[in-house]
Design a protein. Structure first.
Ligand SMILES: Cc1cc2nc3c(=O)[nH]c(=O)nc-3n(C[C@H](O)[C@H](O)[C@H](O)COP(=O)(O)OP(=O)(O)OC[C@H]3O[C@@H](n4cnc5c(N)ncnc54)[C@H](O)[C@@H]3O)c2cc1C
Length: 511
């Protein structure tokens, strides 16, 4: 019988990221997908800063940026006419001190997936296409799964863990018997890749509104075409078989552009659901298999990629006996609260984007085009906005893995970024391993404790930049492989460090 350490079901962005992390961490992986090739349609196009930070850890952030288009401003159009601009351009302020990627990257999902497949191929792993996970049993000390491969050839595989990255209709979730409560929005959406000119088809990001509806226009493939995402107005109906011609007059009025052709058109209904559990025994749920919501805010795919970064190092550490199995419980306790709050937020956003109340109309015709652009001149507002969409503010302060505080930084927070020679403090995260950061001078006792546990210790010269992002001089930050602070201490007392490391049974890969 075939054996592997982790069986990944589904090779969308979530499964591909998980396989990349696990492979880099030395775990043997099989990744299977029912489809014959990477997705042909570019559903998710917004890649957020936190995702690019993970890609920097994996070594291909620069490539992703080069393949995509940086969007650092959004034009707001009121019934076709430019009304304001939400400007996130580099003003050298707190927003740009927050992340090396202080923007939204536009990268169509099909191209994005192709890049991930290539990187995985380089790492020696091929996606097994035309292969469906039919069922699995949890054996207590692992799982046994049945795959239906090309030509209907059945295969039984045993693995320590199964990761269900198999999308919204997840068969892993069904087999786990985990509920997926939530609902479906009434309003029908459309997605169209169009060619044309004028108005919002200008190779930039445009948010087009009027009293009745909205659409977003995004540049695709370096401005050669435009992606439109919008809600179908009620007078057009809600038949999913609609053609582009049915929505074109409204889309032209909203964008102020004229269309020369349409390359792809689809309608869809948005859902908002979060699975009741993200783990049962030796099976995990990640990405759309665990949570789905409206595309408002461009968060879905990025959240799945964050799930993968969160669970991969935990699985790798437990498999290598470098951490206690209880570490795996923290995947759900860290990621479910974020998924639930995200669904609630995108729900509110979405309701206002398509709602008919007086306030919703005021929001679309006055607040967004006229007032929000002015508000974004205020640094604090820009920062809150960036925090909300970039996913850089995701933190796990109440997790069993989070301990201590040093000034404003607490256990569970994402390690703040400090720019500097050689890539700044994020360069060290490429090891995908536990590490200690000191912004100042490390004491001998700390050096010895780090060496005893095989944990790398990085000393950074104290700087204005570090102080600006609230990193305290000579404090101790024990950083997890996914770039979150596990333990923060204002001093370098090694007793809490020893206690933390012993409690979780953690050892660095050099131990
Ligand atoms: C119009 C639209 C626009 C969007 N825009 C954005 C955006 O801008 N930003 C953003 O972050 N998100 C966006 N999203 C959401 C995003 O597309 C999804 O969140 C993302 O695709 C989820 O990735 P995934 O890998 O979890 O699941 P999927 O992409 O659904 O991949 C699941 C994979 O599992 C495979 N599979 C299914 N069942 C099995 C099985 N039994 N065995 C083996 N394989 C199986 C499928 O073939 C598929 O390849 C958008 C969604 C839509 C519809």
């Amino acid at each position: 019988m075939a054996q592997t350490e982790v069986l990944v079901a589904g090779a969308g962005p979530t499964g591909l990221n998980l396989a990349l992390w696990l492979t880099r961490l030395g775990v043997s992986v099989r990744i299977v997908d029912t489809s014959e090739g990477p997705g042909e349609t570019s559903r998710a196009i917004a890649v957020q800063a936190r995702t690019l930070e993970f890609y920097r850890q994996l070594g291909f952030a620069a490539e992703a940026v080069q393949r995509g288009t940086i969007a650092n401003s959004i034009r707001v159009r009121l019934r076709g006419t430019e009304a304001g601009e939400l400007d996130f351009g580099d003003r050298g302020d707190a927003v740009h001190a927050q992340s090396p990627y202080a923007y939204v990257l536009i990268l169509p999902q099909d191209e994005h997936e192709r890049m991930l497949v290539e990187r995985l191929h380089e790492a020696g792993v091929e996606v097994e296409r035309g292969t469906e996970l039919l069922e699995y049993d949890d054996l207590g000390n692992g799982i046994r799964a049945v795959l239906n491969g090309p030509g209907g050839v059945r295969e039984t595989v045993e693995a320590a863990y199964l990761c269900g990255c198999d999308g919204a209709h997840s068969s892993v979730r069904r087999r786990m018997g985990v509920g997926f409560p939530g609902g479906t929005y009434d309003r029908l959406f459309y997605v169209a890749d169009v060619r044309g000119s004028g108005g919002g088809l200008d190779g930039r990001l445009n948010f087009c509104v009027d009293a009745n509806s909205f659409c977003i226009a995004l540049p695709l493939r370096h401005g050669q075409s435009t992606r439109l995402i919008g809600s179908v107005i009620q007078s057009v109906g809600d038949d999913r078989q609609l053609e582009f011609a049915a929505v074109a007059p409204e889309a032209a009025a909203l964008t102020g552009g004229s269309f020369a052709g349409v390359d792809w058109f689809s309608t869809y209904r948005a859902h908002h659901r979060v699975a009741d559990a993200f783990r049962k025994g030796n099976a995990f749920l990640l990405g759309d298999a665990a949570h789905i919501h409206s595309p408002a805010g461009g968060q879905g795919m990025n959240t799945g990629i964050g799930d993968a970064a969160n669970v991969a190092w935990k699985i790798a550490a437990v498999l290598a006996r470098r951490a206690e199995p209880a570490l795996l419980d923290t995947y759900e306790s860290e990621r479910i609260p974020f998924a639930r709050s995200l669904v609630a937020t995108t729900d509110r956003l979405f309701a206002s984007a398509v709602g008919d109340s007086l306030f919703d109309r005021f929001l679309r015709t006055v607040l967004v085009p006229r007032i929000v652009p002015e508000l974004l001149n205020v640094e604090a507002v820009r920062l809150r906005w960036f925090d909300a969409i970039s996913q850089t503010r995701i933190r796990y302060r109440t997790s069993a893995l989070s301990e201590g505080a040093a000034g404003k930084i607490r256990g569970g927070d994402r390690l703040p970024w400090v720019d500097g020679p050689g890539g700044g403090n994020f360069a060290a995260l490429a090891s995908l391993d536990w590490q200690i950061h000191v912004y100042g001078k490390a004491e001998t006792a700390l050096r010895e404790a780090a060496a005893r546990h095989g944990i790398a210790l990085h000393e950074f010269a104290p700087s204005e930049a570090a102080i600006r992002v609230r990193l305290e001089e000579d404090a101790l930050y024990l950083v997890r492989p996914d770039g979150h602070v596990g333990l923060a201490q204002p001093d370098q007392d090694v007793v809490p460090l020893e206690r933390y490391v012993t409690r979780l049974g953690i050892a660095g890969r050099d131990a």
